[in-house]
Design a protein around this ligand. Structure first.
Ligand code: AVI
Length: 324
């Protein structure tokens, strides 16, 4: 790699389409039909998600970005010099830029399933921060993966950055396993900076996932459009309605696609019967109080080292460390 110009490498480790088909068939075969939310993010899905982040009702991105702007200097001091930042799900990279500007890490390793967006974001970061070695990995970070070699980067510690409250899209037991894997990847002396949406009144949450312009509804339905296009299925999109609500018993927003009629869908030679009023569960978005999340991180072997929240207490960024 050229040491003076942008230092940029791209590693393609995306699983083949077979895992998408297998996950869709398995999800639709369950007594309560479901589809994994990681498949929302094809090119159109990534664009729709960016539009959600701009929607006035979706406070999460604005609250977290403002928190990063206000506290990135303090966060950088806590994390220390010569970090390698490993980001799960790089998205548009807006919050990352704020962190990288303050922290000046030696290396930045974004891992994302959305190939086009990852390429654009990582290349942009590499030219904006020529002092940072950028090694993008196109992969599904929910599965075990090998990282590019960091030995020559001069990094002193690995910091996993997981913004956006994407951890909320895992169930609580899944999040515990995920955090334990992240702790192993960060290694002794490493850490994790993770954005988590806070519990709040149900009305505010319901509004955030039911925006007036219907962008979230379109994002949800786009999953079926993707299954039709990539797996040759025949979902009739006009026969489904977006349904998102706060389930207080589980402290989570649930997103579903509600079938408006009795219908049969064919995928890869299999037929699935969906009754009128039956739904396909497409996403959970769990909400945690600061203490609940600290306990969860502690159960995964992290030490909760710091937590920053915005003045309205909408969102939290936790810094977790691995004992050295
Ligand atoms: C990516 N993730 C944190 C978003 C969320 O809020 O759970 C995805 C999303 N779903 C609907 N709106 C946004």
């Amino acid at each position: 790699m050229n040491q003076r110009g942008p230092r940029f490498a791209f590693h393609d480790r995306l699983p083949d389409a077979g895992s998408f088909l297998g996950d869709v068939l398995a999800g639709l075969s369950r007594p309560r039909k479901e589809l994994p939310p990681k498949y929302f993010y094809d090119e159109r899905g990534s664009e729709l998600f960016e539009a959600i982040c701009e929607a006035p009702e979706y406070y999460l991105t604005r609250a977290e970005t403002a928190l990063m702007v206000a506290r990135a200097g303090e966060m950088a001091r806590r994390l220390g010099p010569r970090c390698a930042v490993i980001e799960y799900g790089s998205g548009s990279g807006r919050k990352t830029r704020i962190l990288v500007r303050a922290l000046k890490p030696v290396a930045y390793i974004p891992i994302d399933i959305a190939r086009e967006q990852l390429q654009a974001t990582a290349a942009g970061l590499a030219s904006e921060f020529p002092g940072v070695a950028v090694m993008a990995v196109c992969a599904d970070y929910s599965r075990p993966l090998a990282l590019p070699e960091l030995a020559g980067s001069g990094a002193r510690r690995r910091i996993i950055y997981f913004p956006g409250s994407t951890i909320g899209n895992l169930s609580v037991p899944e999040a515990a396993v995920f955090l334990a894997n992240a702790r192993r990847l960060a290694g002794a002396g490493g850490g994790m900076l993770v954005g988590v949406d806070l519990k709040k009144d149900a009305a505010r949450l319901n509004t955030a996932y039911n925006d007036a312009r219907g962008i979230t509804a379109e994002f949800n339905l786009n999953l079926l459009r993707r299954v039709n296009r990539e797996l040759g299925a025949n979902f009739d999109l006009s026969a489904f309605r977006h349904h998102a609500f706060y389930n207080a018993a589980h402290s989570r927003i649930e997103m579903h696609l509600l079938s408006l009629k009795d219908q049969r869908v064919r995928i890869d030679g299999r037929t699935f019967h969906i009754r009128a009023g039956e739904s396909i569960h497409t996403e959970n978005s769990c909400k945690y109080s600061v203490d609940e999340f600290r306990r969860l991180a502690g159960s995964a072997g992290f030490e909760p080292a710091a937590c920053w929240t915005d003045p309205e207490k909408l969102f939290a960024v936790h810094y977790l460390t691995v004992p050295g």
